[in-house]
Every structure is written in structure tokens, then in C-alpha cells.
Design a protein around this ligand. Structure first.
Ligand code: ADP
Ligand code: MG
Length: 328
């Protein structure tokens, strides 16, 4: 068996205080087999998607009281690395991110080019280059994201939404990472600009072999770019499969509800919203966390954590209804 580019097992990220522990990432496992693949993380707001992204980048808030599990890149365990090693060898240079909402977090008084090249010019940084090399590399990433080189001299307020998003991608790509996490990268953009960014992402994936973790609440958008999709609910991954399997043959009741809750222009059937609301992550329902909202819940669903059932080689779902002989 060959080693995966990224393999995450039993990842936990909890926020305090202890008395109301928020299990934002709860026993999460996922993998990206190789470069040029895209994995979607899909789920409703509040299910822990951004926390998972931050956990992969080891960007931990002061409120974090537990961070554990295994994250391996090309077989190498990252969780045992010191913070210094992680910062110097991994974050931004091997696994990078465009954080949620970062379009509004660009520094208003710095030109875009200076914000992109910043990591190359840190005095003590491991990626220090000459000014000339930094300009050349900045121009290179601007080209990669479809921006002309003269955009480098503009300030954020002189950029359109689409340009800002391309600029953020350039910032995330400057140190040539193998994996990039995109947290709701197109939610702030209008539909036509969103389509342009999606096309750009597909190009980065195929032309440069970039591996993408695409985080979104929109399963249709995820299926547009992702090879595999993991469906998140209340801090857990409840179903994983190829995009095709998730779309055409969803197994988990939550995935099924998620699919019919998406409005489409072509469908004559109006969207059917999921009843109830996602659980409070500091007070999770017993057994399967989805059982209070599940139409087909069995008595056992509120009592025991469901088993992970394999529907096909790559298609897994965690649900009692899929077990051979559901008990009780
Ligand atoms: N820094 C933090 N401190 C405490 N709780 C947090 C923090 N960040 C997120 N949370 C909580 O973690 C849960 C998951 O949030 P988040 O990861 O942002 O989900 P999503 O991105 O899917 O909307 C929420 O209940 C949220 O309130
Ligand atoms: Mg989020």
C-alpha cells in the first residue's frame, strides 16, 4: 500500500472551558491519496469545518483545551513535531490555507504584492530570499492565479472581490505548498465570479497538481471540483465517498437531507430544508448525534454510537440503519 499525501486519524479539537467542552472536531479521520486530488468537507454551519481546517494548520486559539490524534503527510507524523518545527517545515510551505472570511482581512495599508511576498522576506525565516527573487516568485504566483503583474502595486481597496480572492490564493501559494485548504472560498462572491474562481481552482489542481481541501456548506459546489467528499455533522465525519457516490448514492440520512436541501434552478421540486437545528457541540445528543433530527431513527440510535459501514471500497457511512441487523 502506498503512503497517502495526507492521512488524518482520530483528530480531536475541543474548546474550553472544561465545564462546557465544545467538541468541534470529534474523532475525525480523512485522507487525500495523492497530489492533484480535491477532498470536500461539507456540512451545515457550526459543524466544525473551520475548526478542522485550523486544526490541520495547527493554528490553535487560546480556548483550545484538547488537540490530539494523528496527522501524517507522506507518512511523516506531524503531531509529534514541536511548534517551531511545524512552523518552519509545514505550515504555509507544505500545507497552506485561505481562511474563511479572509477577503476582509487583507491589510488595507499594504500593497497586494508586498502582502504576497512577505513570507519570503522575513529576516529570520526559513524561506528568506533576496528582494529580486521575491519579486520574481510573486509575479509567478500572480500568473498562476490569473492576475497581471501590475496588480501587485495595488492596495486592497483597489481590488474587486474576485481579485482579492485570487490575491489570497497567491498568498497561500507563495511557498509552494502541496496541499491547500480553502475554507468557504467563494461564499462572499457573486455567482459569476464564483464560477471564475472555481475554474481557476480546477486549473491549479490539474496544471500544478495542487491537492485541495475544499470546505463548504454547499454540496453542489463541492461536487463541482472534488474527487472525494466527506460529510461533516456535529464535529464528526458521518459519510465519505467519491463525489459521485455521495451525490448519486448517499447512505447517511443526514447526507440525503443535505442533498435535497440544496435549491437548484432545474429541479421542479422546491428545496426541503432539514428540520430542527444542528446540536450544541458542548451538549451532544447521545448515540448518533443526528438521531433527534432523523426520520428513521431506531431505538438504538439514541443509545449507542453507530458503526462505520462500508458500502463500497471507498464509500463509508456511520449509521445504525446501514448495519446488517439493527438491534433494538
Ligand atoms: N475560538 C473558539 N472558541 C470557542 N469556541 C469556538 C471557537 N471557534 C469555534 N468555536 C465553536 O466551535 C463550533 C464549530 O465552529 P466552526 O468550526 O466555526 O464551524 P463551521 O466552520 O462548520 O461553521 C461552534 O460551536 C463554535 O461556536
Ligand atoms: Mg466555518
Amino acid at each position: 500500500m502506498s503512503t497517502s499525501l495526507l492521512e488524518v486519524n482520530n483528530l480531536e479539537l475541543h474548546y474550553g472551558p472544561e465545564s462546557s467542552r465544545v467538541r468541534a472536531v470529534n474523532d475525525v479521520s480523512l485522507s487525500i491519496h495523492e497530489s492533484g486530488r480535491a477532498l470536500g468537507i461539507v456540512g451545515e454551519s457550526g459543524c466544525g469545518k473551520s475548526s478542522l481546517s485550523l486544526a490541520l494548520m495547527r493554528m490553535l486559539d487560546n480556548a483550545v483545551i484538547q488537540y490530539s490524534g494523528s496527522i501524517k503527510m507522506e507518512g511523516e507524523e506531524l503531531m509529534t513535531m514541536s511548534d517551531d518545527e511545524f512552523r518552519q517545515q509545514i505550515r504555509w510551505s507544505r500545507i497552506s490555507m485561505v481562511p474563511q472570511g479572509s477577503m476582509n482581512a487583507l491589510n488595507p495599508v499594504l500593497r497586494l504584492g508586498d502582502q504576497i511576498s512577505e513570507p519570503l522576506l522575513y529576516k529570520e525565516g526559513p524561506h528568506k530570499t533576496t528582494k529580486k527573487e521575491a519579486v520574481a516568485r510573486t509575479n509567478e504566483v500572480l500568473n498562476m492565479v490569473g492576475l497581471s503583474e501590475d496588480i501587485a502595486s495595488r492596495y486592497p481597496h483597489e481590488l474587486s472581490g474576485g481579485m482579492k480572492q485570487r490575491g489570497l490564493l497567491a498568498m497561500a501559494l507563495i511557498l509552494k505548498p502541496q496541499i491547500i485548504i480553502l475554507d468557504e472560498p467563494t461564499s462572499a462572491l457573486d455567482v459569476s465570479v464564483q464560477a471564475q474562481i472555481m475554474n481557476l481552482l480546477k486549473k491549479l489542481k490539474t496544471d500544478f497538481g495542487l491537492a485541495i481541501i475544499f470546505v463548504t456548506h454547499d454540496v453542489a459546489l463541492a461536487s463541482d471540483i472534488c474527487d472525494e467528499i466527506s460529510v461533516a455533522y456535529a464535529g464528526k465525519i458521518v459519510e465519505t465517498g467519491t463525489a459521485e457516490q455521495i451525490l448519486r448514492d448517499p447512505q447517511h440520512p443526514y447526507t440525503k437531507r443535505l442533498l435535497v436541501s440544496v435549491p437548484t434552478i432545474k429541479s421542479p421540486i422546491p428545496p426541503d430544508f432539514i428540520p430542527g437545528s444542528p446540536p450544541n457541540l458542548s451538549d451532544l445528543p447521545s448515540g448518533c448525534h443526528f438521531h433527534p433530527r432523523c426520520e428513521n431513527a431506531l431505538p438504538i440510535c439514541s443509545k449507542q454510537i453507530p458503526p462505520v459501514i462500508a458500502k463500497g471500497t471507498k464509500h463509508l457511512a456511520q449509521c445504525w440503519l446501514l448495519a446488517d441487523k439493527p438491534l433494538g
